[in-house]
Ligand binder design. Sequence first.
Ligand SMILES: Cc1cc2nc3c(=O)[nH]c(=O)nc-3n(C[C@H](O)[C@H](O)[C@H](O)COP(=O)(O)O)c2cc1C
Length: 231
Amino acid sequence: MMFYVLNGSPRKNHNTAKILNSAMEGIRSVLPDAEFKWIHVYDYSYSGCVSCYGCKRIGGTYYGRCAKRDSISGLLEEISQGDGLLIGSPVFFHDLPGQLRAFLERLLYPYLVYGQVYTSIALKRFPVAFFYTMNATEEKMKQMLYPVKLSAMEEYAEIVFSRPEIFYCYDTCQFDNYKLYKADRFSEKEKLHIRREQFPKDCLKAAAIGKEIARKAICQNPTASESPDRT
Ligand SMILES: Cc1cc2nc3c(=O)[nH]c(=O)nc-3n(C[C@H](O)[C@H](O)[C@H](O)COP(=O)(O)O)c2cc1C
């Protein structure tokens, strides 16, 4: 089985990537032969949807596929044939980072059918999970309505692929050394405490979601999960 791991953070080894890594290990614990392809979206040069509507043009070459050709065209088609998708997103200004949002516009929109109700013409339905990391505490993020603000992309992912699992990792440590940065609103002591005490627990929760993704992937494609006979 092939799982795609979409890292929406510009940083390849910080909070979001670590949470994604734990989720990946969760999948691996259920499916030891699973394969993973990481996509660090900031490694690619592309734009979001350009409203060419090639994907909606009846009888057109690109009906149901993103017509814009650039560095992610191949990836979009690969993901749509995969067995599961993990999406990691730091929260930027109460939302997904622009680069990740642009990627998801291109991934989801071509499969969305403008019928009386939205339906999907994705090649496969597979399990999806969103992992958000943020500075805000749980209390603050609820006050600021992050779950509502973040839900739009989740809803489209549900229509196109399947109802996503959602995980929020709060109060992340943004800098390795707070003394080097202007960040008076945060207490370095508290942030380091959370990194030491809470973050490992968050990684375990992300791993549990990974296991759930693996179980769903097996239900959707039972034969693909069988280990190859190595005798
Ligand atoms: C441009 C920018 C905007 C941010 N905006 C928010 C925000 O609105 N709310 C929040 O809780 N954290 C915000 N953060 C903090 C990050 O979401 C948080 O530190 C995240 O865990 C970083 O992920 P990373 O360690 O994978 O880079 C912002 C960070 C950056 C760089």
